[in-house]
Design a protein around this ligand. Structure first.
Ligand code: ADP
Ligand code: MG
Length: 204
């Protein structure tokens, strides 16, 4: 139980910190191809979760993830809220349903598919999925955490070459090319922060 609590609190604090310190950068990316609020949106969601961290830390991991996902859907606003929310809700549900410590990479893969379905988006559409899919493929390969983080960052950079097919940026058509997708960037930041945290996490 203690391990659970420490892990949940640590992940919440890590994600809160990385979004708070990069909120301005994320807004700037969103100003170029969207409406400039991605950093503000993500920050609002992370603040809500952070404020509730003591309650969340007392929950079993699957329920904590589901609850955090629901909070993100309700508090983030913008397209990214329901997408990040769906990811966490689906991971939490699946973790809870499979008692035998089922393959975490498979669970994440199924949750990413639910995100794609919710956003009617696919790989190459210049969205956060263009980070989630490569991260998942590294997980399937059981790559080292540091490698997963590097892949996430490279993948976010690669969205600059893509034309946006979903979300607000798609209104720009070809003019979206040349800019990094804000959602892909927040996803890479979060992945990197989580990987770094897990690498250093040594439960007592
Ligand atoms: P909004 O576009 O409503 O202002 P945000 O600025 O918070 O919301 O989030 C924008 C990000 O959400 C985009 O950069 C993209 O990564 C992601 N996104 C938007 N629409 C979709 C979609 N249909 N499928 C997947 N991701 C999407
Ligand atoms: Mg926006």
């Amino acid at each position: 139980m203690q391990i659970n609590r420490a892990l949940i609190l640590g992940l919440i604090e890590t994600c809160h910190e990385v979004i708070a310190s990069h909120a301005d950068d994320l807004c700037e990316l969103d100003r170029a191809i969207g409406d400039g609020d991605h950093g503000t949106n993500m920050r609002r969601g992370c603040d809500a979760v952070y404020l509730d961290r003591e309650r969340l830390g007392a929950l079993p991991l699957p329920q904590a993830l589901e609850t955090i996902g629901t909070m993100l859907v309700m508090s983030v606003g913008g397209a990214s809220g329901p997408l990040y929310g769906t990811l966490l809700i689906e991971i939490g549900r699946r973790l809870g349903a499979r008692q035998n410590g089922a393959d975490f990479a498979n669970i994440v893969g199924e949750a990413i598919e639910a995100v794609a379905k919710r956003g009617r988006a696919q790989a190459g559409d210049k969205t956060l999925l263009d980070v989630l899919y490569p991260v998942h493929s590294e997980m399937v390969r059981q790559s080292a955490l540091v490698h997963i983080a590097e892949r996430a960052q490279q993948s976010a950079q690669l969205t600059a070459g893509m034309k946006a097919m979903r979300g607000r940026a798609s209104f720009l058509g070809d003019r979206s090319i040349g800019h990094i997708d804000p959602g892909a960037s927040s996803c890479a930041l979060l992945t990197t922060a989580i990987c770094r945290y897990l690498k250093e996490y040594h439960p007592a």
